[in-house]
Design a protein around this ligand. Structure first.
Ligand code: 8YV
Length: 331
């Protein structure tokens, strides 16, 4: 009997493909085009597993159309592209890539806080356009980072890693809001204080969003929330598009309702709200918070190891719906 077959929906590092080839026939999308839902289902025929990314929607319809599919391994810590309850009912295991990207993503989040507060994009555009012809005392004067109040909405692993950077490295007062409060030891190690959402919005000088996307977190930051922020505050989103109402944010930036924003994720990305492209006080990056070579390789390897471990031993490394193991999982 030949090896079982799997699909890698996007281009990954060659050593990851080789690693998988030791166990499977590997169909990999080297063209790196995003597969349409129909193409995805077609390529998944006869496959027992798939390495997926945030652009691949995997739901009950996909599970039903691909009866041999046993595992979908996201190359991402976020998994809002999966309909987890539907996958669980269909017996398809889902995995993600926690931990391996925490510090790298926190580095980037902090970089975006700094770039936004200190107006790095705006001032670089000014320089590149040849408009810099004299020094001025208030030229691109931004907001202080050290010693200011850092607000964190969503306090999982990445939020905590950002809190440590702010509190220990930059002497910031760190406040956070999360569905559940951290234990006292973790709060004290991160030097972070729990506050309600209204206090977070009101008191943060720099607010960073690090919460997962879900129906509940859709537009968690819209016009009403922005209205509660300080006019001098900055807002950074490294979590998911859709958590911020981008149209409302663009409007608030235009009106100077808050000082600036830094965005790595967008509603409907890779499309970006046109008004965000024309307001000056915004730093924009194309969803690259986890993008270092080392981390992206570690994420792809962990996804590969999840597929190998689950399909050879039944024990995945980082399952999302572990509750189906041993009861209801497709054999
Ligand atoms: C991924 C991310 O690169 O891990 C996540 O949740 O947002 C990024 O690290 C992206 O989702 C591609 O799958």
């Amino acid at each position: 009997m030949g090896k079982p077959a799997i699909l890698i929906t996007r281009k990954v590092f060659p050593d990851v493909v080789e690693h998988l080839r030791q166990h499977f026939e590997v169909d990999h999308n080297d063209a790196d085009e995003v597969l349409s839902p129909a193409q995805l289902v077609e390529r998944l025929q006869g496959k027992v597993g798939a390495l997926t990314t945030g652009s691949d929607r995997i739901d009950g319809a996909v599970a039903a159309a691909c009866p041999g599919l046993r595992i979908v391994a996201n190359i991402a810590v976020g998994y809002n592209n999966f309909d987890v309850p539907a996958l669980s009912s269909a017996g398809v295991l889902a995995t993600n890539t926690p931990d391996v990207l925490t510090e790298t993503t926190a580095d980037f989040g902090f970089a975006l806080v700094m770039a936004t507060a200190r107006r790095m994009t705006e001032s670089e555009i000014f320089l590149r356009e040849g408009r810099w012809n004299r020094w001025a005392l208030d030229m691109f004067a931004g907001a202080e980072v050290h010693g200011s109040t850092l607000g964190i909405l969503g306090m999982g692993r990445i939020g905590q890693a950002i809190a440590r950077r702010g509190a220990h490295g930059f002497g910031m007062k760190v406040i956070y809001h999360n569905r559940s409060r951290l234990d006292a030891a973790t709060e004290s190690e991160c030097k972070a204080s729990y506050v309600d959402k209204a206090t977070l919005l009101r008191e943060a000088d720099h607010l960073i969003l690090v919460l997962p996307y879900s129906a509940e977190s859709h537009h968690a930051i819209g016009a009403a929330e922005i209205a509660q922020m300080k006019p001098t505050a900055t807002l950074v989103n490294i979590a998911r598009g859709g958590i911020v109402d981008d149209a409302a944010l663009a409007q608030a930036l235009k009106q100077g309702r808050i000082a600036a924003a830094g965005l790595d994720v967008f509603e409907g990305e890779p499309k970006v709200h046109p008004d965000l492209l024309t307001v000056p006080n915004v730093v924009l990056t194309p969803h690259i918070a986890s993008a270092t070579i080392g981390t992206r390789r570690a994420m792809a390897m962990l996804a590969a190891d999840n597929v190998i471990a689950y399909l050879t031993t039944g024990q995945p490394r980082t399952p999302i719906n572990a509750d189906i193991l041993g009861k209801g999982a497709r054999a």
